[in-house]
Design a protein around this ligand. Structure first.
Ligand code: PMV
Length: 321
């Protein structure tokens, strides 16, 4: 067994279209966000010390032995599932986790740290797991955190490709044409995805026909967006984002700050803007051009963004910063 020192990385993600409706079997589009990432380094430790996961940023350390089956710590559960899959005994190592992905902000932090752990541990054991297996393992951990997640976060991060995702259908990856520039703004507040998903569930149970119509329209927008991305039709993508945002508002998952930031982005020259992810804070995304990138970033900062990340999508398999 090859036990050299190993490192692994997993990027963040951003949802472009279809959040919430995706939980009800409509399509969604998500893309990797390479500007932020989780990294894990494997350090062998002395014999008998067991497996530990340490997070220097939060000065926390989790020990495998102290956790028990069904343990609530997602990192330890990930390690346990990897060892089970590989039928490997607990190694004597320390998995050191560093991450630049803000937590609870809709960037897939939970999925990314688990994916980095799964990749680092399996590589250290000399049996690197392929992306599909890592994806399945991390989906189990996501369920522990989020109840009934669609699985979009773990999938786009595991495969690191623009993804057209429908729950229960095989994954489809999008081949981008042209070049699309986005600004992703982090808001100073966030709401747990579990909360907004359960509020949408409540609304759906109360007004099934009305909410189902919204979900179907979101699905149509997502399909149109896929076509725009695949044909390099930048000008048609912006209005689709604006309409998706309006529908998310009707699902009650936006809030006044997010709405203001979307309006400010469009006023400053963005071709379109919408919330992204679970909503009521977290992050929002705007489609810009080379010319409008600067003014839109300034407007977003002026309206309270904590950070603005530029990302672009082009005819390669990955996003670039
Ligand atoms: O908050 P995020 O970025 O993890 O996105 C949640 C997306 C939802 O569609 C609201 C929920 C889901 O599981 O897909």
């Amino acid at each position: 067994m090859n036990k050299s020192i190993t490192t692994a990385r997993a990027c963040g993600k951003i949802i472009l279209f279809g959040e919430h409706a995706v939980v009800y079997n409509q399509p969604a589009i998500a893309v990797p966000l390479q500007a932020i990432a989780a990294m894990v380094e494997v350090l062998p430790t002395k014999a008998g010390s067991g497996l530990r996961i340490s997070v220097p940023q939060t000065q926390r350390e989790f020990r495998f032995l102290e956790a028990h089956e069904g343990s609530e710590n997602g990192l330890i559960v990930t390690a346990r599932l990897v060892l089970k899959k590989l039928q490997a005994p607990e190694p004597d190592i320390s998995l050191v986790l560093h991450s630049t992905i803000p937590q609870k902000s809709g960037f897939g932090s939970g999925a990314a740290v688990s994916i980095a752990i799964a990749r680092a541990l399996s590589s250290y054991l000399g049996q690197p797991l392929d992306d599909a297996i890592v994806n399945d393992i991390v989906y189990e951990v996501e369920k522990m955190h989020h109840g009934t997640p669609s699985g979009i976060d773990n999938t786009v991060i595991a495969f690191e490709k623009p993804l057209y995702f429908v729950k229960t259908r095989p994954n489809e990856f999008i081949h981008i044409n042209g070049k699309f520039h986005f600004l992703v703004a982090t808001l100073p507040h966030s709401t747990p995805t579990k909360v907004t998903v359960s509020d949408v569930r409540y609304l759906y149970e109360k007004h099934p026909r009305r909410v189902q119509r919204i979900f179907r329209r979101v699905g149509e927008l997502t399909n149109e967006a896929r076509l725009a991305l695949e044909t390099g039709n930048i000008s048609s993508l912006g209005p689709l984002m604006n309409e998706n945002h309006k529908l998310l508002k009707r699902l009650t998952v936006s809030d006044s700050m997010t709405d203001k930031m979307c309006r400010a982005a469009v006023r400053a020259g963005a071709l379109g803007a919408k919330l992204s992810g679970g909503g009521r804070g977290g992050n929002m995304i705007a489609l810009v051009t080379d010319e409008t990138r600067g003014p839109v970033a300034d407007a977003l900062m002026k309206h309270g963004a904590v950070r603005v990340i530029h990302t672009s999508l082009e005819a390669t398999k990955k996003t670039t910063q």
